[in-house]
Design a protein around this ligand. Structure first.
Ligand code: URA
Length: 484
């Protein structure tokens, strides 16, 4: 029996190196005992180099899907995780197509574990609540949070916080591992018991934020508890308000429906009048119907004031593909439907050539109201700001929960930012497969209006060719996912 002791930090890289060495030496899965830690409090200590077979040997490759799976599963709390992964790794050398076999129990158990880890990481990014400690006047403000993750996800989730809160020093303390971000670098220390943490003004901010984002018209207590499970409530200042907000929801929903946009541009007045008649009606029953009514009452950001109407996504309720654009344009604002103007027509043409059937997809936008500046009779498109994208993510998240697509196609920077938190490097990321916050596979491409704006015909042709290839890849992935 070989014993492999992995470090608590850098676990994935260490498992990968060890597994490769063992596989190269043909060591059967049942002869390996995996464990984490044991390095006398040294988080980075693991197996001594000479205790393992060398990673050198006949090179072998495994599908990238396996590595992505492994990089999730190693953070699961199940002590058998490393052994399961290693057994699958060995099996893949014999049967490389195994990853696509949904009927294979080894793969499906690991997929379930990976899903639990992704969900837990998502919850951590959403539910960590920082409290300010230290001097407010210090050059970098300092925050601390206590969190109790279900799985061992502190290390893989720390980069998210380093990016999102890069301008402050922070610590996230957990029973398993603590992450600290100081002067631009993350370091880890062993887990601790919950320390007493001071209340601070940030908690009031969270309560105010939650009061504002709480949408009474869309209240579904069960769905809310599924999204924000009770186990996290005790560490979230705003959770104490939930019973009170739930109790007042019916009254607030009525008020929200009455507060329809008061002024619409002259050009859109007729459509506005027609819509305000529907706004006055009580919310019809049924998720989609409720969604449509609540969306028309949206005043989460100032964009509702000038737009004619909010433009919801459209498509089959069980569409396997969700296509996300930026925001409605001039035509969409008047029609109340996404992608019906020039960008939509270009999309339809290239999608047709790529074998992607739009009518089977749910097509929507990251931002639901048209943002523009008036220039004479023309309404010129303006890109939405980050806070407008953030406010509108509420609606996109609802659509994603209603549709539950197997694959998302993010078209352009705004969609990408809304779904992944960053639009950086979109041209490098295009054509690549990423994950939305909840783990849904997400393919990145440019926005069709980007093609329309390119000044040279030659560039337009080459970029359109790349866009077509992205859509073709989307169609291929979709049939793979649907067959799986
Ligand atoms: N551009 C978008 O992003 N969405 C539309 O619906 C139309 C143009």
């Amino acid at each position: 029996m070989r014993q492999v002791c992995l470090p608590e930090v850098g676990t994935f890289e260490a498992w990968r190196a060890a597994a490769r060495g063992l596989a190269n030496s043909q060591v059967p899965a049942q002869e390996v005992l995996w464990q984490v830690g044991g390095g006398d409090g040294d988080l980075f200590a693991g197996t001594e180099d000479d205790a393992l077979p060398s990673a050198a040997g006949a090179p072998f490759t495994v599908p990238s899907r396996f590595m992505a799976l492994a990089n999730c599963v190693v953070w699961h709390r199940d002590p058998e995780r490393f052994a399961r992964l290693y057994a699958l790794l060995l099996a893949l050398r014999e049967t490389p197509r195994l990853m696509a076999d949904r009927g294979d129990a080894r793969v499906s158990v690991l997929e379930v574990m990976a899903k639990a880890v992704r969900r837990d990481k998502h919850k951590m990014t959403a539910f960590v609540r920082f409290r300010e400690i230290g001097e407010r006047e210090a050059p970098r403000r300092r925050f601390v949070a206590w969190f109790e993750p279900s799985h061992l996800i502190v290390e893989p989730t720390a980069p998210f916080f380093a990016k999102r809160f890069g301008d402050m020093n922070w610590s996230i303390l957990t029973p398993d591992l603590c992450a600290h971000f100081e002067d631009g670098a993350v370091r880890f220390t062993p887990g601790i018991e919950k320390p007493p943490l001071p209340e601070d003004a940030t908690e009031d901010l969270w309560r105010t934020y939650f009061r504002n984002i709480f949408n009474p018209a869309r209240l579904k207590v069960k769905a809310m508890q599924a999204e924000m499970p009770r186990k996290y409530w005790k560490n979230m200042p705003e959770a104490a308000m939930i019973p009170e907000l739930v109790a007042g929801a019916r009254q607030r929903a009525g008020a929200m429906l009455e507060a329809a946009p008061a002024s619409v541009p002259a050009r859109a007045a007729r459509i506005g009048d027609r819509l305000s008649a529907t706004r006055a009606k009580p919310a019809p029953v049924g998720d989609r119907a409720e969604f449509l009514v609540a969306l028309q009452g949206c005043q989460r950001c100032p964009l509702w004031r000038d737009a004619t109407q909010a433009v919801p996504g459209e498509g089959p309720p069980d569409a396997p593909l969700m296509i996300v654009g930026e925001q409605p344009g001039d035509h969409e604002d008047l029609a109340g439907r996404p992608f019906v103007g020039p960008a939509g027509q270009l999309f339809d043409r290239v999608a047709g050539e790529a074998g992607l059937d739009r009518s089977k997809a749910y097509v929507t936008n990251a931002v639901k109201h048209f943002k523009f500046v008036a220039r004479g009779k023309r309404r010129l498109h303006q890109a939405p700001e980050r806070d407008e994208i953030d406010h509108c993510r509420w609606w996109l998240d609802l659509e994603r929960r209603m549709i539950r697509p197997k694959l998302i196609l993010a078209m352009g920077g705004t969609a990408l930012e809304s779904l992944t938190g960053s639009r950086k490097g979109i041209l490098k990321r295009r054509g690549g497969l990423e994950q939305a916050g909840d783990g849904t596979p997400l393919l990145v491409t440019v926005h069709p209006s980007y093609l329309l704006r390119l000044p040279s015909e030659e560039r337009r042709q080459s970029e359109t060719e790349l866009f077509r290839a992205d859509l073709r890849r989307t169609a291929d992935l979709l049939s793979e996912l649907s067959a799986a």
